[in-house]
Design a protein around this ligand. Sequence first.
Ligand SMILES: [Fe+2]
Length: 231
Amino acid sequence: MIDTHCHLLPGLDDGAHSMDESIAMAEYAVANGITAIVATPHVLTNFNPPRKLREVTVQKLQKKLDQRNIPLRVYCGCEVALRGENFQSLDDTLNLVDSKVILIEPPWQDQGLPMDSILFDLQMRGFKPVIAHPERYEYLSIDVLRRWVERGALLQLTTPGILGHWQGTSAERSRTLLREGLVFLISTDAHGATGRVPALREAVKQAEEWCGISQRALVDENPKKLLGIEA
Ligand SMILES: [Fe+2]
């Protein structure tokens, strides 16, 4: 399985605090059946690690994992906080891996942003927007999310949302989005080796129970196709 949203890199945001914690997260992920992680530190928030730093940190971590024979491939990405008008400053340094895919975190509360036109603008500039944890934003109705998907955006659910670890309706919304076939990816959004850990297996199982058919593509074929990577 491939995790397309994970705060795995040490010391760049509120995810792993140290290289040791990153390695512990990697070990946890591998034990859970994950073979590749796109590392996505927060950017355009209080944290803003530039691409070069993220790439160098991925290389350092990959080297440590290889030395320890931990079979996990790490790729470079980030999670872009959409705030106010900052979408105009988004550029290719923010893409996932070497694709034109950009992982967007909408505001936690409704700020009245013209999200439809922002997503359209990004697409006109060649980006493929992926919406991080849409299940958490109760101000974004299922109808709104469906419209975005119809217009080419992709939805990425997360393990804690699917498993109901957050307050509110995230599990219920996850179930609706999955049953309607609106979801393209499931990710961990893990932040450490304890608490929000890099686990996908249980979430995929829950998704399959809700839908009655395999949801494996959301953590396997879909990320591979989207990002042009091998596990
Ligand atoms: Fe995240």
